[in-house]
Design a protein around this ligand. Structure first.
Ligand code: COI
Length: 320
């Protein structure tokens, strides 16, 4: 079995070399992203492993199929960058990977604490030896009501971690997670927004979840509340978020993603104009923490992502 691996980072490579022999997989490293121009590099491979940087369109799927590729694995949980319906139509297998939910969940809780303790303002000021206490008085998570939107694996892990803080935890999801009984109170989305001091998003990017946080829903949030997004940029209407922060309706935001970030994050942009005005504005706000889609990025997750991409591809190829 041969796997074409696109866009592997340096930190992923040792895991590919470690796990590939275990699953009888031969690895062909392709140092670029999958684009119509780089498809040919996968010729002779049975499966392809990608990340989220580029969209996998129907013509690209046709081309892979024609060259004998049978399975496409994304080394991510999210799979909105692949035309899954079309892949199914042409009989191409597609798989995403699971990895420890603790990476994103711990990061989300860290972002909550950083936002509640004005960590951005404090860090910038301390770097300039400004050690005054004005402006930076924080709030406790213990005293807060935290609203978790989406209680799949990551949202549920956030709920579990929050038990240690002794705070009230509300949750909204289309389906209630029985494992959270006694830990969270499920309420409507509107109720969650109205009651929470911190709203943390853990929903996938779908047509239905696009801009779930918009002018109308943000207006429902409590004055001074904080929005944490470690899920997908498209969940939040950035324009509406900026307005709510400028008007001091929200107390801040902690964003590991911003809509349009895919063309910017993971690239060196020092000294350049960002081609995303939302990011430029949000980055300049003292009470908005922005990080480059790195909540997943731990040694544990990277190992899981690589192993599970190889494992699921091998299992598919052996049983189809
Ligand atoms: C995912 O797994 O869906 C992520 O968000 C992480 C990733 C894009 C590397």
């Amino acid at each position: 079995m041969r796997m074409a691996v696109y866009s592997a980072r340096e930190d992923e490579e040792p895991f590919f070399h470690h796990f590939a022999p275990e699953y009888g997989m031969e690895i062909v490293m392709i140092p670029t992203d999958p684009t119509p121009e780089t498809l040919e590099a996968a010729a002779g491979c049975d499966c392809v492993s990608i990340v989220t940087k580029t969209h996998i369109t129907p013509p690209m799927l046709d081309a892979y199929k024609a060259m004998g590729v049978r399975f496409l694995s994304t080394r991510t949980v999210g799979f909105e960058h692949i035309d899954v319906d079309y892949a199914e139509k042409i009989g191409m297998g597609v798989g995403n990977v699971g990895y420890t939910p603790y990476s994103v969940a711990e990061y989300a809780v860290m972002m909550m604490m950083m936002a509640m303790r004005h960590m951005k303002t404090m860090t910038v000021r301390a770097m300039g030896q400004d050690y005054g206490l004005d402006v930076i008085r924080g709030r406790l998570i213990h005293d807060a009501t935290v609203g978790i939107v989406g209680t799949g694996k990551i949202g549920a892990t956030v709920a579990t971690i929050l038990q240690g803080f002794g705070c009230k935890v509300l949750a909204y999801d289309l389906y209630q997670n029985p494992a959270l009984e006694g830990m969270v109170e499920y309420v409507s989305m509107e109720e969650l927004l109205r009651q929470s001091d911190i709203v943390t998003l853990h929903a996938p990017a779908t047509a239905d979840s696009f801009h779930m946080m918009n002018a109308q829903t943000i207006a429902m949030m409590k004055k001074g509340a904080v929005l944490v997004n470690t899920a997908r940029g498209d969940l939040v209407d950035s324009e509406a978020l900026i307005t709510a922060i400028e008007e001091e309706h929200l107390g801040g935001a902690a964003l590991d993603l911003v809509e349009g970030d895919r063309l910017i994050y993971y690239r060196e942009k020092k000294g350049q104009q960002l081609k995303n005005r939302y990011m430029s504005i949000l980055n300049g706000l003292p009470n908005v923490i922005m990080t480059p889609h790195m909540a997943f990025f731990t040694d544990h997750s990277v190992s899981d992502m690589v192993e599970n991409s190889i494992r699921s591809s091998a299992e598919y190829l052996q049983s189809n």
